[in-house]
Ligand binder design. Structure first.
Ligand SMILES: Cc1ncc(COP(=O)(O)O)c(C=O)c1O
Length: 446
């Protein structure tokens, strides 16, 4: 019985899968906040390079991956697909549990899958610096790594709560050559505005996005880079699912359940989207997106147009949202504290192609500990949400083939484990009241 199913470097996908032509209905266009009209490529060009804008709006099902990107992917791809024999045994289940190990990248997560192409296409168009935000620090370290590969400078606005909880991620970014600032900062108008209202603001992904977008928009040689949510990010992440399909084939398996955690939706989409055409053709396969109860976007949000950031600088996109002013509690899965989700993913949830569930932190960490004590690997708190769900699915249906995305390791999250092990971790259920309050602040564009 094999524990790891490996592919050769020649089997790294040569094309990304674009789900746009296979969506059950057309994706509502992003809206310009000033005009109230759909935005076009010209509106995006101050902050993104043209090649990524083309990918963002492409209706081609397959998009070729340039050779230089495949060469850079070879640093860690293909990633192994593991069979979780020891976890299965501990659960006493006949279910077959597999996980795609994206934690083997230098940054420790799936994020370099899109950081590498984003840095590459910017470099090709003469951009000298990228600005970005980071939540848990996983994205910031990935873009720092990618900028270093392709010779770009990199500025990272890191959510303050994570900056303080995770100093080692900051050092990782600096080691790869990036400048890192705790957000909100006094360096941007957006940051200053937040600090004037709340000098003790712990920050959020939405605020950090506002700062990074403003930085790019106000500097000629700089573009912005986003680690999740956008179509082109999800597109790049499909290398995960495309490899997984091949690996499952080698194992003689077809999955019954595919699971991933959701912050903005990129690792989940990366694994699950390549399975969507099979499901749409009638294959009996469940695709489950897992989020925290502290930030229940898909399970309690509303499907409407909202800003991608907190201050209201980005275009409005149609998605499940908790309202762009929503301020999630400082839970340890920092990468899952985002008020919205990827529009493509939201459309598929609305059409019931994808299901969503939410878990509080304590059961999530309980699953992480069981995983660490059976499989040996210590998952990121974000990833542990997918593990919780995989365990529950394996208990419910004991004959299923279950695949989840092991989106990242938790080596820089040991303080969170310490909190859990000493019984200090609090569970948060976001109250309907607070959600209603934040949703009432969403501008009406329909
Ligand atoms: C390890 C890990 N998994 C998952 C996520 C969530 O992001 P996304 O939903 O875009 O995959 C993050 C975000 O920082 C992360 O660091």
């Amino acid at each position: 019985m094999e524990t790891k199913i490996n592919l050769t470097e020649r089997e790294i996908p040569s094309r990304w899968y674009n789900i746009t032509p296979d969506l059950p209905e057309q994706l509502p266009p992003p809206i310009h906040p000033g005009t109230g009209k759909p935005i076009g490529p010209a509106d995006l060009s101050p902050i993104f390079p043209m090649e990524l804008i083309k990918q963002e709006v492409s209706t081609e099902r397959w998009i070729d991956i340039p050779d230089d990107i495949i060469e850079a992917y070879k640093i860690y791809r293909p990633t192994p697909l593991h069979r979780a024999h020891r976890l299965e045994k501990a659960l006493g289940t006949n279910a077959r549990i597999y996980f795609k190990n994206e934690s083997v990248s230098p940054a420790g997560s799936h994020k370099p899958n899109t950081a590498i192409p984003q840095a590459y296409f910017n470099m090709k168009e003469g951009v000298k610096r990228l600005s970005t935000e980071t939540g848990a620090g996983q994205w910031g370290s990935s873009i720092a790594l990618a900028c270093n590969i392709f010779g770009l400078r990199c500025t990272v606005y890191m959510v303050k709560v994570s900056y303080e909880q995770k100093p080692y991620r900051k050092i990782l970014m600096q080691t790869w050559g990036a400048a890192v600032h705790p957000s909100p900062t006094n360096l941007t108008q957006a940051g200053k505005k937040i600090l004037s209202e709340d000098p003790n603001s712990q920050g959020s992904l939405g605020i950090a996005i506002s700062e990074a977008v403003e930085d790019a928009a106000t500097h000629e040689d700089t573009k912005y880079s986003l680690g999740s949510v956008l179509n082109h990010v999800l597109l790049h992440q499909t290398v995960i699912g495309l490899e997984t399909k091949k690996q499952l084939e080698l194992a003689g398996e077809t999955p019954d359940v595919v699971i991933g955690c959701v912050g903005g939706g990129s690792n989940f989409a990366g694994l699950a989207f390549p399975f969507v055409p099979d499901k749409l053709k009638g294959k009996d396969i469940r695709l489950i997106a897992v989020e925290p109860t502290a930030c229940p976007t898909l399970t309690k949000g509303v499907y409407t147009y909202d800003f991608g950031d907190t201050v209201g600088l980005t275009p409005l996109v149609k998605m499940y949202t908790l309202g762009h002013t929503f301020m999630p509690p400082g839970i340890h899965a920092g990468g899952l504290r985002y008020h919205g989700d990827a529009p493509q993913l939201c459309l598929l949830v609305k059409n019931k192609v994808i299901e969503a569930v939410a878990y509080p932190q304590n059961p999530v960490f309980e699953a992480a500990i069981l995983f660490a004590r059976t499989e040996g690997l210590i998952p990121a708190p974000e990833t542990a949400h997918a593990i919780r769900c995989a365990i529950d699915e394996a208990k419910k249906n004991k004959n299923n083939c279950i695949v989840f995305n092991y989106s990242g390791h938790g080596h820089f999250d040991l303080a969170a484990y310490d909190n859990y092990l000493s019984g200090k971790l609090e569970d948060y259920e976001y109250s309907e009241e607070k959600i209603k309050e934040a949703i009432a602040k969403i501008p009406k564009f329909e």
